[in-house]
Design a protein around this ligand. Structure first.
Ligand code: BES
Ligand code: MN
Ligand code: MN
Length: 462
């Protein structure tokens, strides 16, 4: 048997033990956005560092001003590329808790009607299950052959779900230690349950939050109504004015830097057989919104958007209260593509909002760090190796896809460390990431682990 076959069969034999280790990690409540869970975030980092050390990847927990990073190395001076593997151990909050069928931090295996098995827990798919596919592949490799086939550095982050505030300073401060020939990131999805995917486009993101203030206190809506400004109406007007009747975003300069899809990518996506009816049907909807002159996959992958993530103001309690509130709030995120500049978009947004706020009212903004979109070089040699590895494991050609979500670090790898990234992940559309009842298919975990072993093997070939 060749050594990769031995590694693969070791992964199969030890699958239950791998699953047990993933369950241990899933039990740690590493919710990064909520300061109350800083302790568990530390625990998750410590658990991962111990796990890496146990398999022979020399690792340590690195403090930051936020949640810690975990950095590990195993360098044997192998001739192939030196790769950096990235994943995040933090998870999203679990609310609304009442919609979970099980405790989000008590992982369990559920058999579904079609016989398929899934791991239910917060973080099972985003991103603990995914990062453990790599750890378990590395474990099997080292245990079976005594070493990894290429030199590996590992970076686990605990702030991905809260915008990675410590990441840029950390990359800059540890540039030499973290600079490798390329990065591998396991935080994305497959095309469908049988078809693997490699991400070739990733949308960027920039966010903003506004508070519009009018009168110095809440007012009686009969005594003042018709004369005093109502901040709810102002915010509603701001939101309504962001799109025109064709679904285009109206901010001046918004489409600067947006790039038309190259012919070959467009054809590739046309051939994926995407059904927007099925996609929306799964979540109880039917008709795509968005720019009228664009195809459904463009809406999701290659066109920029703005979404209102939250809006509130005025009386929210039971019954009615005749009031004009003193202030109103809204949270926005823009998804960016091509060469759109996050700072410029934020400035254009703020200028637009200010222009909509009457002279006797005010607006305050809360900035969020933005990250530009990313395009992969379709000719990078590692892409082909990734495709070969995935084809061997899944028996099907990998789809080269866009990704609607954002992983800011991938752009930072390029800008700060000069590295390209191979984006391979095994999540599925129905994993319910960020939602109640998050799951990860057992096949994603098992074949995902096998896939990483194969990717490492292919990368080691000259
Ligand atoms: N893993 C996701 C992003 C993702 C999911 C990319 C599926 C491609 C396919 C990541 O953890 C995430 O949720 N990112 C956030 C950005 C962050 C700054 C909060 C997002 O996209 O909203
Ligand atoms: Mn993620
Ligand atoms: Mn996420």
């Amino acid at each position: 048997m060749s050594s990769i076959d031995k590694v693969l069969s070791r992964i199969d034999t030890n699958f239950d033990a791998s699953l047990g280790r993933l369950f241990e990690l899933l039990k740690i409540k590493s919710i990064s956005t909520d300061p109350a869970f800083a302790g568990p975030c530390k625990d998750a980092a410590a658990w991962l560092a111990a796990e890496l050390n146990a398999i022979g990847i020399e690792a340590s927990v690195r403090e930051t001003t936020g949640h810690p990073m975990v950095v590990g190395h195993r360098k044997s001076g192998k001739p192939g590329p030196h790769v950096l593997f990235y994943g995040h151990y933090d998870v999203q909050p679990v609310d609304p808790l009442e919609l979970w069928e099980n405790d989000p931090f008590e992982p369990s295996i559920k058999t579904r009607e079609d016989g398929s098995k899934v791991i239910m827990a917060r973080g099972s798919s985003d991103d603990k299950g995914q990062l453990m596919t790599f750890v378990e592949a590395a474990r099997a490799y080292i245990e079976e052959t005594g070493d990894l086939p290429v030199d590996v550095t590992i970076l686990f982050e605990g702030e991905e779900e809260s915008g990675s505030p410590s990441l840029q300073p950390f990359l800059e401060a540890n540039k030499d230690e973290l600079s490798c020939d390329m990065a591998l990131v396991c935080d994305t999805g497959m095309w469908d349950a049988e078809t693997p995917a490699i991400g070739v486009m990733l949308r960027g993101m920039v966010g903003d939050e506004i508070v519009v203030k009018a009168a110095s206190r809440d007012l009686h809506s009969g005594l003042y109504g018709g004369s005093a400004q109502n901040p709810n109406h102002i915010v509603a007007g701001i939101i309504a004015g962001l799109h025109d009747e064709n679904g285009k975003v109206t901010l001046p300069g918004f489409y600067d830097g947006v790039i038309e899809l190259p012919e070959d990518v467009s054809t590739m996506w046309d051939n994926l057989g995407f059904s927007v009816e099925d996609f929306l049907g799964d979540v109880g909807l039917k008709y795509p919104r968005g720019e009228k002159d664009r195809k459904p996959l463009e809406h999701l992958w290659s066109r920029p958007t703005v979404e209102v993530n939250g809006m509130w103001g005025g009386y929210q309690g039971a019954g009615s209260k005749t009031v004009i509130p003193a202030k109103a709030h809204a949270k926005f995120t823009f998804r960016l593509v091509g060469d759109q500049d996050p700072d410029k978009i934020q400035q254009a947004f703020r200028a637009y909002v200010r222009s909509k706020v009457p002279a006797d009212c005010s607006v305050e903004f809360t900035a969020k760090e933005g990250s530009p979109a990313l395009r992969l070089d379709l000719h990078m040699p590692a892409l082909e190796k990734g495709e070969i590895a995935l084809k061997k494991e899944w028996g099907k050609e990998a789809a080269l896809v866009g990704m609607g979500g954002s992983i800011p670090i991938v752009g930072d790898f390029k800008r700060f460390l000069g590295m390209d990234t191979l984006l391979i992940g095994y999540g599925l559309e129905d994993d319910q990431i960020h939602s109640p009842n998050e799951k990860y298919n057992l096949t994603s975990f098992h074949k995902g682990t096998r896939s990483w072993a194969r990717v490492l093997d292919e990368l080691s070939k000259s």
